[in-house]
Design a protein around this ligand. Structure first.
Ligand SMILES: [Zn+2]
Length: 440
């Protein structure tokens, strides 16, 4: 696609630095042109032909980069943010979270998800992967907020086959009804909760359905040492080996956490090209452990960064999560050279897109890709001097430094403000619903 002189474009971003994440990688005085939701020019501003733009943005002092991809969350859990702190994973789930979730209504999930969508947009996330109940309510929030998402209706059995059947049936309906919704911004996957909360027969059925419908599987894997030990006692193999044995592993599987892995498990993930969602903040907060991401990446496993639900994080700001993603690996391996800044920025953007099978559509600023672009304002005291773009983004930038957010060529955040929703209404409605839930 070549941009010609006099051509009309929908959006022109002028005079910014651009972190493209493709081979050009960093352009200091650049320009980006967008037409029909796609990027049609990226390069030096002085090489840009003279074009007519419906909307032009002067982005001097800003850095354009691909939007962040949050590859594992349960976004409606914003409603539980700040509840049930300082507890280990199993007790946190069973005593606090699951009883509260049993009371959720469709409207609760919608407003909780919408609150999370506003937070994600304002902090530069343009795409997320989610798994929860009433996922059609999350889909509505995605549609209303303008975000892009890979959504899965959660499947959970908890030794109650009828519940497994029912949630599996709901998830089949969800996959059929919402794939391609929100003008193509929504993809649907299957979301079996975990190996310990679904029977092997149910997991086999999910695998068959995913292959038949050509959609992915999003699952929690090797997150709890307690559950891993129980499964080992029962089956004599690890969770990862068990999933391989029953044929679930594949390149369309996104496994969140992957903390308790043997060398053999890591090899299996590589062999089947399973994608990994790394959630360092949630893992640290629940006192679990740090996932062996360096070793997985050395093997060639594709890894993205997730926040996990906002009840165990408690932030959806991917800049903070990206920073901790690097720090946790350096600590785990007691090695400052592990997880350099360029690698971690890639993990939060293009790497995340790869974990969702969307790398041909998003994850970098390249001609032909969707215009999912954020502009970070580098004219801030904590971002001076500007020696190194990756170092500033990983260690000094906050989500609140994001000035403009564009998805599919549409400006959703400008000067840090939400353009498409009534932010005050979303906050008050979500808070009202959260307070009502705990008083029920
Ligand atoms: Zn999770």
């Amino acid at each position: 696609m070549i941009l010609s002189t006099g051509e009309e474009v929908d959006l022109l971003i002028r005079d910014c630095a651009i972190l493209t994440l493709d081979h050009a990688h960093f352009i200091t005085q650049g320009a980006i042109a967008v037409k029909d939701k796609k990027i049609i020019y990226v390069g030096r501003k002085d090489s840009l032909p003279r074009v007519k733009a419906e909307r032009a943005i002067d982005a001097h002092g800003k850095v354009a980069m691909p939007g962040m991809v949050n590859c594992h969350t349960h976004v409606a859990m914003t409603l539980f943010r700040g509840l049930a702190e300082d507890k280990p994973l199993d007790a946190w789930l069973r005593k606090d979270i699951w009883p509260l979730e049993a009371k959720l209504t469709w409207e609760d999930v919608y407003w909780g998800a919408l609150l999370g969508c506003v937070e994600m947009l304002k902090t530069g996330t343009t795409c997320f992967a989610d798994m929860y109940f009433y996922e059609d309510a999350v889909a509505r929030a995605v549609e209303d907020s303008g975000l892009r998402a890979v959504l899965a209706q959660g499947i959970i059995e908890l030794k109650t086959p009828a519940l497994g059947k029912e949630t599996f049936k709901q998830s089949i309906d969800f996959v059929q009804n919402f794939h391609g919704a929100a003008e193509g911004r929504i993809r649907t996957w299957f979301g079996p909760h975990a190996v310990y909360s679904c029977s092997l027969e149910l997991l086999r059925e999910v695998r068959r359905a995913a292959s038949e419908k050509n959609v992915g599987i999003h699952i929690h894997l090797a997150e709890s040492s307690e559950q891993a030990e129980k499964l080992y006692k029962k089956y004599g193999v690890s969770e990862t080996c068990l999933l391989e044995k029953i044929g679930v592993l594949g390149s369309d599987v996104l496994a969140a956490h992957c903390i308790f892995l043997s060398k053999k498990d890591m090899q299996l993930l590589r062999k089947h090209n399973v994608k990994v969602g790394y959630n360092p903040v949630a893992n640290a907060k629940l006192g679990t452990a740090v996932s062996p991401i360096k070793e997985l990446m050395d093997l060639g496993v594709h890894v993205g960064i997730g926040t996990d639900g906002p009840a165990s994080n408690n932030s959806l700001d991917m800049f903070w999560n990206m920073r901790f993603a690097a720090l946790a690996q350096k600590l785990r391996y007691k090695d400052a050279t592990v997880m350099n800044t360029r690698k971690v920025v890639e993990m939060a953007t293009l790497g995340g897109a790869r974990t969702l099978g969307l790398e041909n559509m998003i994850g970098s600023i390249e001609v032909g890709k969707r215009a999912d672009i954020i502009l970070v304002d580098f004219n801030k005291p904590h971002l001076k001097p500007f020696h190194d773009v990756h170092a500033n983004l990983v260690y000094s930038t906050c989500g609140s430094d994001v000035d403009i957010v564009i998805i599919d060529g549409r400006i959703l955040i400008e000067k840090g403000e939400v353009k498409v929703l009534d932010e005050a209404k979303v906050m008050s409605e979500a808070e009202k619903r959260a307070f009502r839930l705990i008083s029920k």
